[in-house]
Design a protein around this ligand. Structure first.
Ligand code: ATP
Ligand code: MG
Length: 430
């Protein structure tokens, strides 16, 4: 019988790659805490109608990418393909609006889309996202964008580029939509099949087409930026000014759309040229209509989502895996010594030392080899005679210096032991 395999488009994350994931989460968690964003954990599945209404029936995500299934009572459920709809559902259901003021939220977790798997595109993938709900101040747009760019910078990604656009408000888009349809209709037969379909259902989305002939046609299409009302234009000017003031560079791209009805004003995407076809690491924008669309009070909002698999591909090209080195490696042999070794290892861990215990029971020579490979700065050795005298051999692996210490003395002064470990490590790396 064959063994089981993870499903197509899903994967296991193991060491050493897992260190990158933990590092990103740690940096993000800290950065969000510093900016007063609360983490929010929403369910992985929701009723299908939430996404159909929240993301829009006419989108690829809802039209062909969702994992939708009936549960045992024949209700239609969907594995979340993104998390903005879930966050907004939670905002409404938990009456966060009643707390007044602005809600700053962030999340991370798996998302599911039935797509053709390839580099940087999976069926179960992970996003990190931020949402600011309840502010129509352009500083909210600039803040969420700055948090995304600072996070990427802190991770060492300094060569990313950002596209920025405004899709205006609903009435700007109405006018633009008409201009776009008027422009595209004579070319209807030359458009790809999806775009022909969108011409009546969701024409803005055509600007996003990856089809080569369609792209050639839209080069000359009218620009949304020529259809902004004075209010929308001044909002967009202010966002750009706030970004420039923070030295965040961007390129205006009037073809960047988030083609859903509730999207308004700011739209942006951050890309890397090191990712091939799947170049977008982070996408977001303002969605002033969504809370109301999902049954809540009319509430402006802005946010983004970052694709973590794509981020990890970039980080792995850039740095060695971040490591958290061991302090001690504990070697022992013989019943009494092995029992004491476990106790010492636990005591050291309680004091905050990273301690690995060798469980093999093999010859000392083999255990020492593993100690050398473990990355620990010191090895603790217990044999029969140490067990009898309640001592331990403390061997500094870099210098080879070895001393006998009482077990109680070793554990007595954690501060001084920490100092010795730190010093041994710095001479090691220096
Ligand atoms: P794309 O154009 O690459 O399909 P998208 O517009 O569908 O992206 P969003 O819905 O804006 O993507 O999601 C935000 C980010 O999540 C993307 O920029 C990308 O980094 C990541 N992402 C989206 N779909 C996938 C996927 N199937 N596998 C891995 N990452 C993904
Ligand atoms: Mg997609």
């Amino acid at each position: 019988m064959g063994s089981f395999q993870a499903l197509r488009g899903t994967r296991d994350v193991l060491a050493p790659e897992i260190s990158y994931w933990q590092w990103v989460e740690q940096v993000a968690r800290q950065q969000f805490a510093q900016a007063a964003y609360q983490e929010l954990r929403t369910p992985i599945f929701e009723e299908t109608a939430l996404f159909a209404r929240g993301i829009g029936e006419a989108t690829d995500v809802v039209g062909k990418e969702m994992y939708t299934f009936p549960d045992r009572k024949n209700r239609s459920l969907t594995l979340r393909p993104e998390n903005t709809a879930g966050v907004v559902r939670a905002y409404i259901q938990n009456k966060l609006a009643a707390q007044g003021g602005v809600q700053r939220l962030w999340y991370t977790g798996p998302m599911f889309r039935y797509e053709r798997p390839q580099g940087g595109r999976q069926r179960q993938f992970h996003q990190l996202g931020a949402e600011v709900i309840g502010s129509k101040d352009p500083r909210a747009d600039a803040e969420v964008i700055a948090i995304a760019t600072d996070l990427l910078k802190q991770l060492g990604l300094t060569t990313l580029t950002m596209d920025l656009n405004s899709v205006g408000d609903a009435s700007d888009r109405q006018a633009y939509r008409q201009a776009l349809v008027d422009f595209l209709t004579p070319y209807k037969d030359d458009l790809d099949a999806d775009s022909q379909d969108r011409l009546t259902r969701n024409p803005l989305r055509i600007l996003d087409s990856k089809d080569k002939r369609t792209q050639e046609i839209i080069v000359d299409a009218p620009s949304i930026l020529d259809h902004l009302s004075p209010e929308s234009q001044s909002f967009f000017d202010r966002v750009q000014q706030l970004l420039t003031d923070q030295d965040i560079s961007f390129t205006l791209n009037p073809r960047l759309v988030r083609g859903l009805d509730y999207y308004t004003h700011t739209a942006f995407e951050i890309q890397s040229s090191d990712l091939g076809a799947q170049a977008t690491v982070c996408g977001g924008g303002r969605y002033d209509g969504l809370v109301e669309q999902l049954g809540g009070p009319a509430t402006p909002a802005v946010g983004w989502a970052m694709g973590l698999e794509r981020l990890m591909i970039l980080l792995q090209k850039l740095h060695a895996p971040p490591s958290s080195p061991m302090d001690f490696y504990v070697v022992s042999r013989g019943d009494g010594a092995e029992a004491q070794a476990l106790k010492i290892a636990q005591a050291l861990r309680r004091q905050g030392f990273a301690t690995e215990l060798d469980l093999s029971g093999s010859a000392f020579g083999k255990q020492f080899k593993r100690a050398d490979r473990s990355g620990a700065v010191a090895c603790l050795v217990l044999g029969d005679s140490e067990a009898e005298s309640n001592t331990v051999q403390l061997k500094w692996l870099q210098s080879g210096e070895q001393i006998t210490v009482n077990q109680s003395t070793l554990l007595e002064d954690a501060a001084s032991l920490r100092q010795q470990v730190t010093q041994a490590r710095s001479t090691h790396s220096g």
